[in-house]
Design a protein around this ligand. Structure first.
Ligand SMILES: [Cu+2]
Length: 432
């Protein structure tokens, strides 16, 4: 099964490369002297996922950014403003006792818990904080790139990419990573895309609108300050890095977070709504990752076609699932119905959710807002970037029950093998 899958993937890759070369005008003739066997590589994560204990981490709810509220002469709030930055830092992603992980983390103001009057404090986190937006209340966000050190994952300078230093693409033989090419690793190009939010194109974080910490900007750059009319229906959205040719590295490094839009005119968002709120509402940012023994993120360092692209690989699936920045966490629940906003923030992996005890999910919303009627299902398939708004009712479980959120989607559908129930087939646990 695995062998034939590899053969199919290899043939697919050959077809794609031949197609790309013919399209770009190259006359490419395969010669019989070329050995089609992929170069053997030791490019693999050094931390065996089976040695990482599951459900030791506790899930954390992303904090909510505190805005500055601009009021008119009557005291009515007419606009909200945020300043959100991102920087390289270390976070405890693996369970306690394991080394910390270098990440790129968003940061903004948080209100200390249980004290609505306390002065907001600055905090960085992976994923980033949540923007709680009110429909039709205009909002401005000032984005600040504070990545002052080289990107720690391999930037492949043979791709068409942001390239802040105008570094000419190197020719083979290529340098291994690390160190790679310092002129490509620094400074890090970033731009924030607000996935699904209605906004002017110049403020949507398209790939060539990138900017660096030291003032280098992409060809389409206009502004670091985005205005959102917040015209979408109430739903959840994804903000993430989107810089040209390095998005996969920056998102994998941690640059993800939720926007949640609520509509005061929608009965489902009003105080009389039957939907769970407060501690019974939980956003879940789910990603797959692999790790090294020193706690660092592992990302492929040898390209799929290393003679053309030394580091870039078309397909990569992590071995471990990370929920709200924690590997395989547990969440203690009460006998209550919960509302989960689920975001697939993986680079390419599709998920199919299933609960280990066969309990159903009630899907009340998707990327576009609330459904006309809820759908009760036993499985949910979720592609990259998609959001689901689901209810899970834990109120009829016996004390001590543990329910595991599983992933049963095959890798790289429709060709890949099923996930391993002991690693990427497990996501998180709910404990009553
Ligand atoms: Cu997106």
């Amino acid at each position: 099964m695995k062998q034939s899958y590899r053969k199919i993937m290899f043939m697919l890759m050959v077809v794609l490369i031949v197609g790309a070369l013919s399209f770009s005008g190259y006359a490419w003739t395969p010669t019989p002297t070329v050995d089609p066997t992929p170069t053997p590589t030791v490019d693999a994560p050094s931390l065996d996922p089976n040695t990482i204990p599951k459900f030791v981490n506790q899930v954390e709810k992303p904090f909510v950014y505190v805005p500055t509220e601009i009021k008119d002469s009557y005291g009515c709030v007419i606009r909200r403003e945020y300043t959100v930055s991102w920087a390289v830092t270390d976070m405890q992603v693996l369970p306690p006792g394991f080394p910390m992980t270098k990440v790129i983390a968003f940061g903004g103001l948080e209100r200390p818990a249980d004290d609505p009057c306390a002065t907001p404090v600055f905090r960085r986190s992976v994923p980033g904080g949540t923007f709680e937006l009110i429909r039709f209340l205009p909002t401005i966000t000032h984005w600040r790139n504070e990545v002052t050190v080289p990107q720690f994952l391999p930037v492949d300078p043979t791709l068409d990419w942001a390239n802040p230093n105008n570094f000419p693409p190197p020719c083979p033989p290529f340098l291994p990573f690390p160190p790679g090419y310092p002129q490509a690793q620094f400074p890090n190009a970033n731009v924030i895309h607000t996935h699904g939010i209605e906004v002017r194109a110049q403020m949507d974080g398209t790939p060539d609108e990138w900017f660096t910490f030291n003032g280098i900007t992409g060809p389409n750059f206009e502004t670091r300050d985005y205005q959102w009319p917040v015209s979408n229906e109430s739903s959840a959205f994804w903000y993430h890095d989107h810089a040209f040719g390095v998005t996969r590295l920056n998102v994998y490094s941690g640059m993800s977070g939720f926007h949640i839009v609520r509509d005061p005119q929608d009965p489902m968002d009003q105080p009389s709504s039957p939907l769970p709120t407060g501690k019974y509402e939980m956003p879940l940012v789910i990603q797959d990752k692999s790790f090294n023994k020193d706690g660092s993120l592992w990302y492929p360092r040898v390209g799929g076609v290393p003679n053309l692209h030394p580091y870039w690989r078309l397909m990569f699936d992590g071995q471990v699932n990370v929920v709200n920045g924690k590997v395989w966490p547990n969440m203690n629940v009460e006998p209550h119905q919960y509302r989960f906003r689920i975001l697939n923030a993986a680079n390419q992996r599709f998920y199919r959710w299933k609960l280990s005890n066969g309990m159903p999910f009630t899907v009340i919303g998707t990327d576009g807002g609330y459904r006309e009627t809820p759908a009760v299902v036993n499985e949910i398939r979720q592609g990259v970037t998609e959001r689901y708004d689901v209810l899970i009712d834990f109120s009829n479980l016996a004390v001590g029950t543990k329910v595991v959120l599983q992933n049963i989607e095959q890798l790289q559908p429709p060709l890949g093998p099923p996930p391993d129930p002991n690693t990427d087939g497990t996501v998180m646990q709910f404990t009553w």
